[in-house]
Ligand binder design. Structure first.
Ligand code: FAD
Length: 549
């Protein structure tokens, strides 16, 4: 039996005890760990994934939300990285076309900017070639008037022209949760809110993990022939427990994004622009908002709570105002934000922005495999590499053999589509259908891009909830029912932040309706008043952390 429902959590924990020992235990339910669990389970391995908080609660919900090869890595001559991740974009689009959308990106060229027409065009031509972009999607150079036509906000006298090139945008947390669900469908046991606090060793080999259910306090052991540490920024903390934090270590850099109402930053076109200090910033319109980022600064603070500082906010606002002077954005215009840590591999003498984004696997004397670095876009390739190593161990030590990597052909949950056109047709159909519930048209796109074909199930719930007169609240509560039953959502913040993205992209709605969500949780889990108050405080604290500077 597969467990997707939070109400089956105890059964899932019992199953994990019964299934132990596993072939593989994965620590960390970010995109890296989720990708590894899916790859391993689909090769026939018995897999358990444990995540100490919610799935995607680390870096994998705090990225720029692009599936991209990383144009700027060309400057660092990272041709292999650009080629690999560039080509991977189309693969991930195929695996989840409702979640990964083609998006044209504009790189404007300014008088006295860091890039001229020749270098920018040449760079993007190389990028397209390395990434194997189809001819029809390759870069086009636009003159000044053409750039102004697609992005009137850039009406600056310094504008010379621009390059329009192909990228993809996504929702990182949704991608991660669909990967977890697909891994479960392939037979993996995946559980959130279970923290690994030590390793079990026998004859100096790691043979499992000591873990604790963070929600109940219950301690239990899970045994596994191989353990992979995919804990993102926490990788070195676990290596310390294993006594193997030697040689290369992590270098954490912080990246912040800010969100404004679209009316205040009415960008029509996703854009990648350089700012006076030579860094590059993305600004991306998304539904009712525009978001922009990122910063890239060394980080030495606590890993469990990373927030945007007033300096981060001012830096990004100044960067945007310097390119779009008529906007005159200020702190008051920021409705939300997120801040994440890049788990990069330290390189002596290099600054935050110069460090490579390459991934690396460390194998300790105890047999613990740790994987770090890399990008959201490269999750499948990283997983393939890690599971190949796991397979080598299992073959050498246990004489076991498994199938080769299957993930290029395993469509992610929610994908019943054959093409981008199928997604758009389905979106049109849903937009039409939700009119009968009084829902605004924008929810059609939101639902399909969040849940893909699973929208069907949510609308069945909406149809059965005619007692709730407010359409937006009715949808929100039905999404919650769906996420409790199918997406292991344990707290209001799991739901409002990582399953629906509303904490980032619809803060006004969160403020209006969060008390209803808290009440629904209280009813679903029979919370005491104290439990209710604890969760209430967490929601209020999060609103403050994300939006008050
Ligand atoms: P995480 O997502 O952090 O996952 C690690 C997980 O391990 C966490 O959920 C944590 O709770 C869990 N964990 C830790 N310790 C334990 C324990 N003891 N027990 C159990 N669980 C544990 N990449 C792109 O391709 N495109 C982009 O646009 C992009 N933009 C970015 C922008 C920023 C600002 C940043 C910071 C990164 C960006 N990246 C981007 C990179 C990408 O987001 C990361 O490479 C990726 O999300 C890392 O995923 P991960 O699973 O390795 O780490």
């Amino acid at each position: 039996m597969q467990y997707y429902s939070v109400f089956e959590r105890q059964l899932l924990k019992d199953k994990i005890q019964q299934n132990s020992p596993y072939h593989l235990i994965v620590i960390g339910g970010g995109v890296t760990g989720a990708g590894i669990a899916l790859d391993a389970a689909s090769r026939g391995m018995k897999v358990c994934l444990v995540e100490k908080q919610d799935f995607a609660s680390g870096t994998s919900s705090k990225s720029t939300k692009l599936i991209h090869g990383g144009l700027r890595y060309l400057k660092q001559f990272e041709f292999k990285l650009v080629a690999e991740t560039g080509r991977e974009r189309a693969v991930i689009h195929h695996l989840a076309p409702h979640l990964v959308h083609p998006e044209k990106m504009l790189l404007p060229i300014f008088k006295n900017g860091s890039m001229g027409k020749f270098t920018a065009s040449l760079g993007i031509r190389v990028y397209d070639l390395l990434a194997g972009v189809e001819w029809k999607d390759q870069m086009t150079y636009l003159d000044e008037n053409e750039v102004r036509a697609i992005e009137p906000l850039l009406a600056s006298d310094k504008l010379l022209g621009g390059c329009l090139y192909a990228e993809y945008r996504t929702d990182d947390a949704r991608l991660t949760i669909e990967l977890v669900k697909t891994a479960i469908a392939q037979g993996a046991d995946c559980i959130n809110y279970v923290e690994v606090n030590d390793f079990i060793t026998r004859n100096d080999r790691v043979v499992g993990v000591k873990s604790v259910d963070v929600l109940s306090g219950e301690h239990f052991h899970i045994e596994g022939k191989v353990v992979v540490n995919a804990a993102g920024p926490w990788v070195d903390g676990l290596r310390e427990k294993d006594g193997s934090k030697k040689g290369k270590t992590l270098h954490l850099t912080k990246g912040v994004h800010l969100v404004t109402p679209h009316q205040r930053f009415p960008l029509k076109q996703s854009i990648y622009f350089d700012v006076p200090d030579g860094r590059m910033i993305f600004a991306i319109p998304r539904g009712q908002v525009t978001y922009f980022g990122t910063t890239d600064t060394d980080y030495h603070g606590t890993l469990d709570k990373v927030v945007a500082s007033a300096d981060d906010v001012d830096y990004l606002i100044n960067a945007v105002n310097s390119t779009f002077p008529d906007l005159d954005l200020s702190r008051r215009d920021i409705q939300s934000s997120w801040a994440g840590l890049r788990p990069l591999i330290h390189e002596q003498g290099k600054s935050a922005s110069e460090i490579s984004r390459k991934d690396e696997i460390f194998v300790s004397a105890s047999g613990l495999l740790s994987i770090a670095g890399g990008k959201l876009t490269g999750y499948r390739l990283m997983a393939r590499k890690a599971v190949n190593r796991v397979e080598q161990f299992l073959r050498a030590d246990e004489g076991l053999s498994f199938k080769a990597c299957q993930t290029k052909n395993i469509l992610l949950c929610g994908n019943n589509f054959h093409s981008e056109k199928d997604v758009l047709d389905y979106q049109e159909n849903i937009t039409d259908r939700i009119k009968e519930f009084g829902l605004e048209a924008r929810y059609g796109q939101y639902l399909v891009q969040n849940y893909g074909y699973q929208t069907q199930k949510i609308l069945e719930l909406v149809a059965g909830q005619s007692g709730e007169p407010d359409p937006a609240l009715r949808l929100l509560r039905c999404e919650l029912q769906y996420c409790l039953q199918h997406e292991m959502v344990c707290t209001p913040l799991d739901f409002l932040t990582r399953r629906t993205g509303r904490m980032y992209f619809d803060m006004a709605l969160v403020k209006q309706y969060y008390s209803f969500i808290l009440k629904d949780f209280q009813n679903a889990f029979a919370w005491t008043e104290t439990q209710y108050e604890t969760q209430h405080k967490e929601v209020l604290q999060s609103i403050e952390d994300l939006s008050m500077f």
